[in-house]
Design a protein around this ligand. Sequence first.
Ligand SMILES: [Zn+2]
Ligand SMILES: [Zn+2]
Length: 394
Amino acid sequence: MNKYLERANELVPELVENRRHFHRHPELRNELFETTKYVRAKLEEMGYEVNEICQCGLVALAGGKKPGKCILIRGDMDALPMPEDTGLPFSSENPGAMHACGHDFHMAMLLGAAKILKEHEDEIEGTVKICFQPNEETFGGAKAMIEAGVLENPHVDVALGIHIGPIADVATLDFGKGLTMGSADGFDIHVKGRGCHGAAPHRGVSPINIGTHIYLALQELLAREVDAVEQCTLTVGSMIFGDGATNVIPSEGHLYGTMRGFNAELTKFMVRRVEEIAKGTAATFGGEAEVNWLFSSPAMYCDPDFTDEVVRYAADVVGAENMIPKKARATGSEDFAYFGQAVPSQIFWLGGGVEDKAKRISNHNPRVQFSEDALPYGAAVYVQCAMEWLREHK
Ligand SMILES: [Zn+2]
Ligand SMILES: [Zn+2]
C-alpha cells in the first residue's frame, strides 16, 4: 500500500472529527471567521506558520529545506446559503448554511495532508504551498488569493486541487485534460419602468412586460446568434417583480441569471449582447435597464503534461483502474480555473458516493451525503502528488 495512504488511514479518526466539525459549523463566502480560526489552530498545532493573505484566505508552507520547485495544493472552505435536510447527527448548526458541496471534506483532507507533509518535511525536494481558499461558490476566492500574491514568495510552478463528488464510487479519481469545466458569468438585469394602477396600465411602464421580452430575447440570443457547435448556456434563474398584488404595476424588477461556456471570445460577445438586448428592449417599451455583472470565472484548463504526471502519481494511491478520464466537459464551474490560467494545474474529482447507490444525489442538494471513506484517499493523493512532482522536477 502507498505509505502516505497507510498514514492517512491511521489519521481517519482525526480526519472524520475535523470534517464533522466543519460540517456542523458551515460559513459562507469569505466570512469564514470561525472556520479559519479552527484551521489556523490545527496548522499551528502541527508546527506551521500560517499567513492570512486576504480575508479568510490562509497559506502555510511545508518543506523549503531542500532547494527545488513549488507546488500549490488547494482546498476551498465555504458552504452554501441553503438549509440542510440530511438528518445527520452532525448536521449544520448554522441556520441557512450547509456544506452541500463537500468543502468540509476539502478542508479535512488538506489538514490531513498538511500533517503528513510535516512528518516528511525533511524529504520535501522544494516547497509545498498549502492553500485554504475562501469564497469559491461565488467565484471570488481564487481571484482574491491570486491578487494577494498566493502564487509568489515562493513562486508557484504548478497547482493541484481536489473536489469530492457524491455520485462516483469512493476512491475513484476523475480527471480531464484541456478545457474541462465551463466559465461562469452571473448577471442582474435591473429593469426600471413606472409604477401605476393595474386598471390603467397606459399611465405607467410595466417592468414585467419589459422583463418578459428580455427573457425571450435572451433565449433567441442562444438560438440565433451563437454558432451551434459552441457549448454554452444562458439561464435566467429568477425574475423578481412586484409584491403579490393583483392590481399594481410595479416600478422595477430584476432578472438574475448565469452564462456558462468554454470560449472566452464568445463570452465577451454574449456579455455585450446581453447588455444591448436588455437596454434596447427596455427602451422599446419606454423603460430602462441596467446590467450588473455579479461574478465571473474563466473555464477550467487542465494542463495535459501536468495531468499525465499527477495521474501517474495518484494511481499509486487509488490504483490505476480507479483513474477515470472524463468522458465529457462539465458545464459546472470552479474558480480553481484562475489557478489554471496562471500555472499548469489539475483538479481531480474524488469519488465520495455513499454505499447505498439509491441514496447518491447531486451536490448542492439539501439531502446530499458524502462517504467519509474517501477522506484518507484525498489526503494521501495531495501528499503523493506533491512529494513526487517535486522529486521528479528537482
Ligand atoms: Zn459548489
Ligand atoms: Zn465545490
